[in-house]
Design a protein around this ligand. Structure first.
Ligand code: ATP
Ligand code: FE2
Length: 346
């Protein structure tokens, strides 16, 4: 029996999760939000410091776990905003010293991938669409390799930036999704795919110019933004499926909450499968694709994904710091998904 406490603090969300033998017992979170403007890192860090003890208590209550049952404390080591990561590691060290239990440093992006496997996906291509990151990832030879990614900004930050420009607060994604449902006319926008990479800043400039011109209803712009940019994501994901020969697509990250993006991924997987239906059974299996997407509470930033990967890493003695070595544990604000050695069984 292994019980892990997980702490998430990379950006806007402070979250605590408790996982026992891969089962999520608690997943509590609180998000720094603004009515106007984006994240101010120092303010978000202050939010985390203020809420941490309350959430810790709540997580213990929800899970029914006693402090003495906790075997290790996993924390988001990076990537993320340094002031926010510092609050997370400070709190993790405090609990580690209090309970005299080791720390496990967890990569936030890899945690988004691993928690996705609770859906039943085994060896997927992952479309990781979140605030700061937009990547098409698949496991190969000891690492999660990035096959394609945004060359400038993440899709969530892109949507948030457009929303902010249009006078909508943070986070913009859910509001844009609502507006898009009432969009009637598709407005052509630049479409920027290069192989398995995309760029978004040119589309953002174009959208801002359209807002300035006051010629287009915001609903139509939101609708066209989603149709265009999500098509770009789905195109790169399909190319990665074809390139790697894998037959599972896993959608993850906060933008994956968007029901239109989920729908478009489903359609692609379905069409990919049916376009090979005339082929032999084994060919269809090889070339078709099954779609997986975790529930919302596991898509957005959360502590249970940190605890979940923390348990796997603790068991494989990967990046574990004993109480005596606690001073060696530090934050890694710029780590990439493919920097991480995956020395556990995938
Ligand atoms: P990263 O994982 O790259 O560090 P992050 O931690 O900021 O980024 P997440 O919490 O995974 O990101 O996702 C937050 C993003 O998801 C925000 O940009 C938000 O606007 C977006 N988002 C949330 N819900 C929706 C939605 N329904 N439609 C589109 N975007 C959404
Ligand atoms: Fe995230």
């Amino acid at each position: 029996m292994t019980t892990i406490l997980g702490i998430e603090s990379t950006a806007h969300t402070f979250g605590i999760g408790i996982v026992k033998n891969r089962k999520i017992l608690a997943n509590v979170r609180d998000m720094y939000v603004t009515e106007k403007g984006g994240i101010i890192p120092i303010e978000s860090a202050k939010h985390h410091a203020k809420i941490s003890h309350e959430l810790y208590k709540k997580a213990l209550e929800v899970s029914g776990i006693k402090e003495k049952e906790i075997d290790a404390i996993a924390f988001s080591q990076g990537p993320g905003l340094a002031p926010c990561l510092i609050e997370g590691i400070k709190f993790a060290k405090e609990i580690s010293l209090k309970l005299k239990k080791p720390l496990v440093g967890v990569n936030h992006c890899v945690a988004h991938i691993e928690i996705g496997k609770t859906t039943g996906a085994k060896d997927p291509v992952m479309l990781y669409a979140s605030g700061a990151n937009t990547q098409v990832i698949a496991y190969a030879s000891g690492k999660y390799r990035v096959f394609g990614e945004t060359l400038d900004i993440g899709v969530g930050n892109f949507i948030d930036n457009f929303a902010r420009y249009s006078g909508i607060g943070f986070p913009g994604g859910p509001a844009i999704e609502k507006l898009a449902k009432n969009g009637k006319n598709f407005i052509e926008l630049p479409y920027k795919v290069k192989g398995m990479d995309i760029t978004l800043s040119g589309i953002l400039t174009n959208l801002k110019q359209k807002v300035e011109s006051k010629k287009y209803p915001i609903e139509d712009l939101a609708y066209s933004l989603q149709e265009t940019v999500f098509s770009m994501l789905v195109e790169t994901a399909e190319r990665a499926l074809a390139h790697t020969g894998k037959n599972e697509l896993l959608l993850g990250g906060g933008v994956a909450c968007n029901s239109r993006l989920q729908e478009m991924c489903k359609i692609m997987c379905k069409e990919r499968t049916s376009s090979f239906s005339g082929s032999s059974k084994s060919q269809t299996k090889e070339r078709g694709a099954k779609f997986f997407c975790p529930e919302r509470s596991l898509l957005v930033d959360n502590g249970s994904m940190i605890a979940f990967l923390g348990e796997i890493m603790f068991k494989s003695k990967s990046n574990v710091f004993s109480v005596e070595q606690i001073e060696n544990a530090d934050i890694h604000p710029t780590d990439r998904t493919d920097d991480i050695e995956v020395n556990w069984k995938c």
